[in-house]
Design a protein around this ligand. Structure first.
Ligand code: GLU
Length: 466
């Protein structure tokens, strides 16, 4: 194990979205590559907005993506004693102070400051206060020192970033209800958990200088920072529901494979030459923060779909077969009896781009009775085709082995017998077996369906003609 300690720190106020998943992935990859430690911390100090349901959804999404962590999940809601102790430490050392200003007072002063064209910043009334109003509610504010100075950090992705301290407010670290705030607890936790590199979304860049001042005030070492650029939609606005699903798990529902999602997420902001296809172990090998771009990534659903199709084509049929059963069940199709799903996958994987498409395409294998598409039946299940269906039935029935090669020979005999080409023989068979004029090759379909189902379906179609 190297000394690298990183963390993912989601707030459980909703599902795991694309951006959060990518942040988690970058942390995970770097931890694995450097043989470091990946910590999961649930930031649930906002008791009103945090839910167990969201925690479960986040954990489930991480598991689906294969992002295993080494420590945690830690819950901030279980660490309030520690935070209060640290607030007290800052109060005792004179680096924080109680503020009794009411919300109305603050608002009035804010408006006045805005009117004068100044920056609306806490005016430190309570820092100058000599006597505390007895029994009044208060918040605790962190006092920004060295107001003339600057706070700078070398971001591992964005380079050096400098803030003037006089732009930083005396931030509230403890609310009047006694709950601590994000910027404070994140510092206490990252320090107490030994995190030495903070990789997170660049929406937190403005928080970083405030947090650095708090690390120093609490006597903690300051970690490194890497702020990952945000993700935009095709119209270059911040990715949101307008651009399509933003929840990772909705992509699972839509039939995406986790390896496609991981491969897609990592490429949103990271590159390695012009390579596009990366397995998780390739990524652990190749990932570096230095190759993460400085500018925002643009979400491209077409590319995600392309990757998904790739992984469906190349994935292990046995594994995809198991998944297929789940997607069939979601379509209301019981596939516990019927052809081997792994064999079904092999017949469909060249065309299906999602597991949902595959399930729709696989439905005919498992239904007790196929439904003939009206147009297909009108064209191919007619009196003229009955001899073809009967000949195919007889030839297949006579086969000793029922594999694709024997099946193709049986069709050869049908063609000889009827004097028809495969282009005439196959369509009525296809409609009889699948209900439709589009399907995988009939030989494959027959082999996968098996003798009994094939013959039953052929006879039913012949009967349907009369
Ligand atoms: N809970 C914060 C969020 O979800 C984490 C911020 C951080 O990584 O420091 O945005």
């Amino acid at each position: 194990m190297s000394g690298l300690r990183v963390r993912f720190a989601p707030s459980p106020t909703g599902y795991l979205h694309i951006g959060g998943a990518r942040t988690a992935l970058f942390n995970y990859l770097l931890a694995r590559k450097e043989k470091g430690t990946f910590v999961l911390r649930i930031e649930d100090t906002d008791v009103a907005r945090s839910t167990q349901e969201s925690v479960d959804a986040i954990l489930q999404a991480m598991e689906w993506l294969g992002l295993s962590y080494d420590e945690g999940p830690f819950y901030q809601s279980e660490r309030f004693d520690l935070y209060r102790q640290k607030v007290q430490q800052l109060l005792d050392s004179g680096k924080a102070y109680r503020c009794y200003c009411s919300a109305e007072e603050l608002e009035a002063r804010r408006e006045a400051a805005l009117k004068e064209g100044g920056k609306p910043k806490y005016d430190r009334t309570c820092l100058r206060r000599t006597e505390a109003p007895e029994g009044s509610p208060y918040v605790v504010r962190f006092q920004v020192e060295d107001e003339e100075g600057v706070t700078a950090f070398d971001d591992r992705i964005k380079g050096t970033i400098t803030f003037r301290n006089d732009e930083l407010d005396d931030l509230i670290i403890l609310r009047s209800d006694g709950t601590p705030t994000y910027n404070f607890v994140v510092v206490v936790d990252d320090a107490e958990m030994g995190i030495n590199l903070v990789i997170r979304g660049d929406d937190h860049i403005n928080n970083t200088p405030r947090q650095i001042l708090m690390y120093k005030a609490l006597g903690y070492p300051v970690p490194g920072f890497a702020h990952v650029p945000m993700i935009l939609g095709a119209d270059k606005t911040r990715l949101s529901k307008r651009h399509g699903a933003t929840s990772v798990m909705v992509y699972r529902e839509m039939g995406y494979l986790p390896e496609a999602m991981v491969n897609y997420l990592v490429r949103l902001g990271w590159s390695h030459g012009d390579e596009e296809i990366f397995s998780m172990s390739d990524l652990i090998d190749k990932f570096t923060l230095e190759a993460v771009g400085k500018s925002a990534g643009v979400f491209n659903p077409e590319k995600l779909l392309w990757l998904n199709a790739h992984y469906i084509k190349t994935g292990d049929p046995a594994r995809l077969g198991k998944l297929l059963l789940e997607y069939l069940a979601a379509e209301g199709i019981d596939a516990t009896r019927g052809p081997d799903p792994a064999a079904v996958v092999v017949t469909l994987r060249e065309r299906a781009r999602t597991m949902v498409e595959m399930a729709k395409g696989a439905a005919f294998y498992y239904v007790p009775e196929v439904t003939y598409e009206a147009e297909a039946a009108a064209k191919f299940l007619t009196e003229a085709q009955r001899p073809v269906l009967e000949s195919v039935t007889a030839r297949l029935e006579a086969l000793e082995t029922f594999d694709e090669e024997a099946i193709s020979q049986a069709f050869g005999m049908v063609m000889e017998e009827t004097g028809l080409k495969l282009g005439k023989v196959a369509p009525p068979v296809r409609v009889a077996l699948t209900g439709s004029t589009v399907s995988p090759s009939v030989y494959e379909v027959i082999a996968v369906l098996g003798r009994e189902q094939t013959l039953q379906r052929l006879r039913r179609a012949a009967a349907a003609i009369s």
